[in-house]
Write a protein that binds this ligand. Structure first.
Ligand code: FE2
Length: 331
């Protein structure tokens, strides 16, 4: 019999609450919170008046992430119910990881720009208001998920090693990482999510909105296109250091993903109210880490638009990317 683990019931956290987003907005739960149902409509209203979110209840009878991102179909250690729970937990941590990465790179770009006028010129595409200004969308979903899921997801705190590498890296490498993140956002929605009607519809709308804000056109060219133009204009002498630091950043993100994969399994054990055996736990952590790495790193490195943009840095750049993929697989 599995060891029983303590859980936190959602009712005690939800009744009558308006969720504050640190002055940037609020989550509006449905008027039927008193019914203590496990799902509830949610939206996020930002300080500028924009309304983000699903607008309907989260359906926990469905998977949230597509199999191409979740990587759970081959995990024999979990039964069908646990695979669905794990999928939902991964959906919450998927958005959290994006939030962590984008917040860290945005703050690092502003810090570089404040110290060095040359860095500021390089990082112009990341200093635009619409570059990574949608973190409230992630945090809104995260809170709505916590309101409805049986336990609060364990999520990595802001990683110090990530902040340190972004601070130490040359500015041009931050542009490369930012483009990587924007293109995987696009790839996740267009290639893996769009058209899959089996997925939880509210979460699909969040991913569609994320893709729209990352790669859609708001004022003039999109921030992704602006980054591609900036990479094309980079001075050749700065490229080797940028590629070196891109590789270092990818490895640091890989470490963060491994930590989050382990936390996701802890969340699963709490949600199912029972610990996995040591062997099953190791197998699930490894499978989830592998899926995380593919979702956030490998998909981006081999993305055709990313490889095309990297070619603009010089003929050796694609070989460098291949070397990063190879090094990841041997870590
Ligand atoms: Fe984003």
């Amino acid at each position: 019999m599995p060891r029983r683990l303590a859980t936190t019931r959602p009712e005690s956290r939800t009744k009558g609450r308006q969720l504050d987003l640190g002055g940037q907005g609020r989550i509006a739960p449905s008027s039927s919170v008193a019914s203590a149902c496990l799902t509830q409509p949610w939206t996020v209203t930002c300080s500028n008046g924009c309304v983000h979110g699903a607008g309907s209840a989260l359906d926990f009878s469905r998977s949230f992430l597509p199999e191409a991102l979740a990587g759970l179909s081959t995990v024999r250690a979990l039964d069908e119910d646990d695979r669905r729970r794990m999928n939902q937990i991964r959906a919450a941590s998927y958005l959290h990881v994006f939030d962590v990465l984008e917040t860290a790179i945005g703050e690092a770009a502003r810090a570089h720009a404040s110290r060095d006028v040359d860095a500021r010129d390089t990082l112009v595409p990341l200093l635009r208001l619409d570059s990574f200004d949608h973190n409230e969308l992630f945090r809104g979903f995260e809170r709505a998920f916590e309101e409805s899921f049986p336990v609060a997801p364990r999520l990595v705190p802001r990683p110090r090693d990530l902040d340190e590498i972004f601070t130490d890296a040359v500015p041009l490498s931050l542009l490369v990482v930012a483009l990587h993140l924007k293109l995987v956002t696009q790839q996740h929605y267009l290639a893996c999510v769009r058209g899959d009607e089996s997925l939880e519809p509210s979460f699909v709308r969040v991913l569609k909105e994320h893709w729209t804000v990352e790669c859609g056109r708001t004022r003039g060219e999109s921030s992704a296109l602006a980054i591609q133009h900036a990479l094309g204009a980079a001075l050749p002498g700065r490229v080797p250091a940028a590629l070196r630091d891109y590789r270092r950043i990818v490895f640091t993100i890989d470490d963060v993903l491994r930590r989050q994969a382990s936390l996701d399994v802890e969340t699963l054990e709490a949600a199912r109210e029972g610990a996995l055996s040591s062997a099953d736990r190791d197998a699930v952590v490894e499978a989830q880490f592998s899926a995380f790495r593919k979702t956030f790193l490998t998909f981006g490195i081999v993305n055709a638009a990313f490889v095309y943009a990297m070619r603009s840095l010089g003929p050796s750049a694609p070989a460098t990317l291949a070397g990063v993929v190879s090094a990841l697989s041997s870590r």
